[in-house]
Write a protein that binds this ligand. Structure first.
Ligand SMILES: [Zn+2]
Length: 163
């Protein structure tokens, strides 16, 4: 599972300025087939970015120095990411999607309403508790170690603590 992700930076990718404490800035994920690249921009530079290959973006905030360094990403960012991933794509994408679905279930945004078994393996049917939207998520049969690896990548990429 070699799906490259890049981690958060403390400075704007475009102008190189370091973000100030409590400054709001933008994090963008670019989709380059087998890798996701994360780039952080100050608001001024974000306005001028070309949106080609842009997969997803969200607003974030540099914490104050006396706060714990770990930032929590909003659940809606994870949900948006999950939706955009869709059910197409290679093995690592499916692994990502599955782990995100489990995360969203732990966060009580979604629940499993059905499990289907077919030629392709086991498919879990997740339902959004609020709007009732349903998603078929193929169970990629990951080992516990693999789930840990995928979770760690997700954490790095979104800069979050998924416990
Ligand atoms: Zn900038």
């Amino acid at each position: 599972m070699d799906w490259n992700v890049s981690r958060a930076s403390k400075q704007c990718m475009a102008c190189g300025r370091e973000f100030a404490e409590e400054e709001t800035y933008f994090s963008a994920l670019y989709d380059w087939d087998e890798s996701f690249e994360r780039k952080d921009f100050c608001s001024g530079c974000w306005e001028k970015q070309i949106r080609d290959s842009l997969f997803s973006f969200w607003r974030t905030r540099r914490p104050r120095k006396d706060q714990a360094s770990r930032r929590m990403v909003d659940d809606s960012v994870v949900y948006d990411f999950f939706q955009r991933l869709g059910d197409e794509g290679g093995e690592s994408r499916l692994a990502f999607r599955y782990v995100m679905a489990l995360y969203l279930m732990r966060r009580r945004l979604m629940k499993i309403v059905d499990i289907r078994r077919g030629d392709a393996g086991e498919t879990l049917v997740f339902k959004n508790r609020k709007d009732g939207a349903q998603y078929d998520v193929l169970n990629p049969d990951l080992t516990e170690t693999q789930v840990g690896e995928v979770s760690a990548k997700l954490m790095t990429m979104l800069d979050m603590d998924i416990g």
